[in-house]
Design a protein around this ligand. Structure first.
Ligand SMILES: Nc1ncnc2c1ncn2[C@@H]1O[C@H](COP(=O)(O)OP(=O)(O)O)[C@@H](O)[C@H]1O
Ligand SMILES: [Mg+2]
Length: 322
């Protein structure tokens, strides 16, 4: 990635509202995403970091156009998705792929790996029927699996092997961006680092961009070029990994860091500092979303939510105290 890299995807002030049932008859709306803006650059691994429920997967689904935003705009290659012509949509859609946490749910259990890979490929390249067998073998090798796996079913594979198949399937349509939603969260540590290593290799080999959704700081630090931190549906900070040790971080980001004394340790983090007031988009505070839990809270923080602003080139932060 270089400084002139262009955006593959732009998200502009995207807002998404859901309703939650309260009691028997009442449905209460809440914001799962609130004016989220970001760009995923060509060749960039863009990490989205935050606790469960902060809106990471919703953002991923909206970028993939699996869901529509209520407000705001998503652009693929500079073009607003909602205004794409049928032909443009058809040619750009395969350029943005996804791998989810639980590929057992996303790989059809009744199909052999061969068919799981062949079907989407032929859908996009129907005239490649003769070459398809050779091509899927090649992609299987690239994700580190031998062709022995072609005749197996998903349940005959381990979690790590299924993630490799899901990656091969994503790669087959020659994407520019892959949305990786907690791709290693279901795997044990050794397998997790193998998959992260593979993701890194594939990224540089194909000059891919990733949106890497994770609740794990070590995972984000391991491979992301940029880390965007979300809290209750909003971005609170975004910084290049190279500035990780150099910038003054958002108090929420600092708490996330503190809960990982050694970000690369195998032991689970101590999140006692993060417990306390449970964060919920259903009872969003009047001022800054983080004010009820913030160790640095000041008077202004209870009155108004701070906007996300550039603090230094490449570093954005939403905090009254920064
Ligand atoms: N389809 C849906 N209907 C209602 N609420 C939803 C839906 N999808 C997600 N949510 C809620 O929106 C919030 C954000 O969810 P999600 O994007 O899955 O967060 P994350 O991926 O960060 O854990 C959560 O409170 C979740 O319960
Ligand atoms: Mg999620």
């Amino acid at each position: 990635m270089n400084s002139t890299a262009y955006p593959i995807v732009e998200v502009k002030e995207v807002t998404k509202q859901y309703k939650v049932r309260v009691g028997l008859f009442r449905k209460v709306p809440f914001y799962a995403l609130l004016k989220v803006s970001l760009a995923i650059l060509e060749g960039e691994i863009h990490g989205i970091l935050g606790e469960s429920g902060c809106g990471k997967s919703t953002l991923g689904r909206i970028i993939l156009d699996l869901e529509k935003p209520d407000w705001g705009d998503v652009r693929w290659f500079g073009l607003s998705v909602r205004n794409l012509s049928k032909e443009n949509y058809k040619s750009l859609r395969p350029k943005i792929q996804a791998v989810f946490q639980d590929s057992y749910a996303s790989l059809n259990p009744r199909l052999k790996i061969r068919d799981i890979l062949q079907e989407p490929y032929l859908l996009n390249y129907p005239h490649h029927k003769k070459k398809v067998a050779e091509i899927i073998r090649e992609y299987l090798h690239r994700v580190g699996l031998s062709e022995d796996y072609l005749d197996r079913y998903p349940h005959q594979l381990s979690g790590g092997q299924r993630q490799r198949v899901a990656l091969a399937r994503a790669l087959l349509t020659k994407p520019s961006l892959i949305v990786l939603d907690e791709p290693t969260s279901a795997l044990d540590m050794t397998i997790q680092s193998q998959i992260l290593q593979l993701l890194k290799e594939l990224q540089s080999q194909y000059n891919l961009s990733y949106l890497l959704i994770t609740h794990s700081l070590p995972v984000a630090l391991e491979i992301a070029d940029r880390i965007t931190v979300m809290y209750l549906g909003r971005i609170v900070e975004s910084f290049p990994r190279t500035l990780f040790n150099q910038v003054r971080h958002h108090p929420y980001t600092l708490l996330l860091f503190k809960s990982y004394p050694d970000p690369f340790a195998d032991t689970p983090p101590d999140i006692s500092d993060l417990s306390g007031e449970p964060a919920s988009p259903l009872n969003r505070p009047v001022g800054c979303d983080f004010s009820p839990r913030c160790p640095e809270v000041a008077e202004i923080c209870f009155k108004k939510h701070p906007l996300l602003q550039d603090r230094e080139p490449l570093h954005k932060i939403a905090c009254w105290k920064r």
